[in-house]
Write a protein that binds this ligand. Structure first.
Ligand code: CTP
Length: 367
């Protein structure tokens, strides 16, 4: 049997980028041979194995044939006789279909290196259209490698447009869509990704809230994201909120339910959309108190801190006002319930007294 490094690791190595994950293809083996050598099979029907020590993925060379519409529904053949070239042919892009042997030799039957050098994302063959997830992958790669000058081949754009107009994206699960979106957020490239999907007419199927995405929104988001460092610990969440900044509250729930986004994203987006209007100089003490209550500043100060970070990178950024609100929040939080109880208040009076004290603290700075 022969083992080759394939896919993203070879592509990124050739591009001089850090390798995040190593995937291998194994030619001339069977599941029994792999198991005998100590590899652990992942899943039941799929010929993918984990290396006993490195836990890298080793997949038997395979071909795939479509058995239904949309994503999934593949008949997969991983006979021992399947060649490396056959396996590479089923892959999405030529730049992802280069294999590297142990001795460093590159096997590149579909000219992925030429496309890497010419900065072109091009589909390998007609099988590309059997998997609509690839539309999102291509939009993601085009966004990730935009700064290197990559563009999508015209023929691949055409093929993707046809897939979109056939409604193929509708067959993707929301979980799969979210995973691609999150990877794109990790790349700091959501603006370019959205623009490509818009060009393909795919936004309605991917993120219906963005159907009105226009040049103005694009320019604004691009400008805002330039200020957001890639290494920022909340890079993904902040980008996500700036991306969907204009979501009306009645649509937020639908978004959370349909896209199945993790709750930390949902909460941050809700906080930003609902409270961004507070970050104007004329904000009143009462409005701030309502914000603090709603966001549960008292028990979850980190939630408020995140909102401030999002505001800082948004179009609502006003550093001196943010500093004032931050200070007012700290002073309001410092009001001691124990002191109120010690002063003789009890039952519902405690809450009333606390609210009054919080409000008067805020009124020292705000109207
Ligand atoms: N829908 C897909 C998913 C994956 N692949 C192939 O499987 C490889 C590994 O896929 P994956 O690890 O998901 O992505 P990478 O290309 O490694 O990209 P990333 O850097 O985003 O992980 C890809 O390079 C490509 O050859 C494919 O052809 N079609």
């Amino acid at each position: 049997m022969k083992i080759y490094l394939v896919g993203g690791a070879v592509r990124d190595e050739l591009l001089g980028r850090p390798i995040v994950e190593r995937d291998y293809v194994v030619v001339g083996a069977t599941p029994a041979i792999m198991i005998k050598q100590g590899y652990k099979q992942v899943g039941k029907d799929f010929p993918v194995f984990l290396h006993p020590e490195t836990h890298d993925e080793y997949a038997l060379a395979r071909t795939e044939r479509k058995s239904g519409q949309g994503y999934g529904g593949f008949i997969c053949d991983f006979e021992q006789s399947i060649t490396l070239e056959q396996d590479l042919f089923r892959r999405d892009l030529t730049v992802n279909a280069i294999a590297k042997a142990n001795d460093g030799q590159l096997i590149d039957p579909y000219h992925g290196q030429d496309d890497l050098n010419n900065r072109i994302l091009r589909h390998v063959g007609p099988a590309f259209s059997e998997d609509p997830l690839r539309i999102l992958r291509v939009a993601r790669f085009a966004a990730r490698y935009d700064h290197l000058g990559f563009t999508i081949a015209d023929s691949t754009m055409k093929m993707m447009e046809n897939m979109v107009s056939r409604g193929e994206l509708k067959t993707l699960t929301q979980e799969r869509i979210w995973l691609e979106i999150e990877k794109c957020l990790a790349d700091g490239a959501i603006e370019h990704f959205t623009t490509t999907l818009d060009q393909l007419g795919a936004l309605t199927d991917v993120q219906p809230l963005l159907i009105d995405w226009n040049v103005q929104e694009r320019t604004q988001l691009k400008k805002l994201l330039m200020r957001l460092p890639h290494s920022h610990p909340h890079n993904k969440i902040i980008q996500f909120c700036l991306w969907l900044y204009d979501t009306p509250s009645d649509k937020l729930k639908a978004l959370e339910q349909t896209l199945k986004i993790p709750s930390r994203y949902a909460v941050a987006l809700r906080d930003f959309c609902e409270h961004k209007a507070c970050f104007i100089p004329s904000v009143s003490a009462q409005q701030l108190l309502t914000l603090f209550d709603r966001i549960d500043l008292w028990r979850r100060p980190e939630r408020f801190d995140l909102l401030l970070e999002i505001i800082t990178f948004s179009q609502y950024n006003n550093p001196s006002l943010i500093a004032l609100i931050k200070e007012a929040a700290a002073n309001t939080r410092a009001i001691d319930v124990q002191a109120i109880i010690a002063a003789g208040f009890c039952g519902a009076q405690i809450k009333t007294q606390l609210t009054q004290q919080r409000l008067s603290t805020l009124k020292t700075t705000f109207n």
